[in-house]
Design a protein around this ligand. Sequence first.
Ligand SMILES: [Mg+2]
Length: 427
Amino acid sequence: MNKPIFALIDCNNFFVSCEKIFRPDLEGKPVLVLSSNDGCAIARSNEAKVLGIPMAAPVFKYRDVIRNNNVVQFSANFELYGDISKRIVDVLNTITPRIEVYSVDESFLDLSELPIDDFVAWGHTVRKLIQRWVGVPVSIGIAPSKALAKLASDRGKKIPELNGVCSFIGPNSEVPVDHMRVMPVQDIWGIGWRLAPKLRAEGIITAWEFAQMRPQHAGSIMGIQGRQLIAELNGTSCWPLERIGKIRKSIMSTRTFGEDTHDFNVVEAAIASFSANAAFKLRRSHQLTTKATIFVTTDKHKPGYQRWGQEVRFDIPTADTGILASTLVGALQEIYRPQVAYHRAGVMLYDFVPDSQLQTDIFGKVDIKLHDGGRARMEAMDAVNQRFGKRKLMFAAEELAAKWQPKHNLRSPRYVSHWDELPVIKS
Ligand SMILES: [Mg+2]
């Protein structure tokens, strides 16, 4: 077996970069993408970062900065970002099928079986390819473990001389220690703001100091993950490529309404739509659920905040949108009060079993024929929606009652997924 070699391809300021593809006039300008309901900044261009607008900043706090610097704002256009993300994965798939799509803007590639000598040159070629074919700038890190590849891509992004590519392997490669010595411990993958203060209290300030810790000690702070992280940072791969993604333990679908509502039909449509969304994710992870909770709340920022929840159990594990939606709408009927102004609602699925388990149900409780019929129906629905666009086929209850749809006043056109919003070229 060849030695492991991973590349992390990480899109820079991803949501903002997607907007810039269709708005080249925004080059060099400060740009923000806002969360649903236009409340917080969820992506910032480099120019917006320089202005000191932090990630997740509530925009009302930065009203003056935004006005004085002509910061351009967009409502999140997730349909567009999802499509661009898929195009990048398509490009990466032409390089190797050994790919793990880690998040909407990050993918790991396994390079161990590719005939590459100069990884730095390879990285620059891939960067140009994605820039030319999709139009999104990426940073690439190449290393013998995933944690080091992540660290390398971070350095590639932050150090202008590296021009987006940092390799710890091959000719012209960088030395990990040099980078870890100047990297704060909280920038390591998986450390973050919660663990960093604990580590700093023990005098561990840089990534290098963390990598030098005794594995047992890291284990006592972070569990098995901590021991593995230390090995990974020292160049020993513990985390293989996960081709199908991680096994999900729970799935949540929740939103704030565009405006508060008393209307049962509006809340019902939202719950049905969340059920459909969560059920689709559940099917894609090849699991069935045995429990679900719905919740509804009033506005947290208004007096008399209240939250109601209702749990339901499924005797027969399911991932069927129809069963989930009708059961959860039934649960909503039990807790719904007409005098309440509902502000937010959500659906959570948990306690999963693998979907292969049902076929070997030894107790004979499950009607396999009925189950397989439902499954075929769901597969057909997912296939139609994949082929013709999200939500082309859906359950009547999820009718898109316009009221529960979040506000997105500043959304850019869905350039690539709606015929009537395609970009127009004048010549
Ligand atoms: Mg990124």
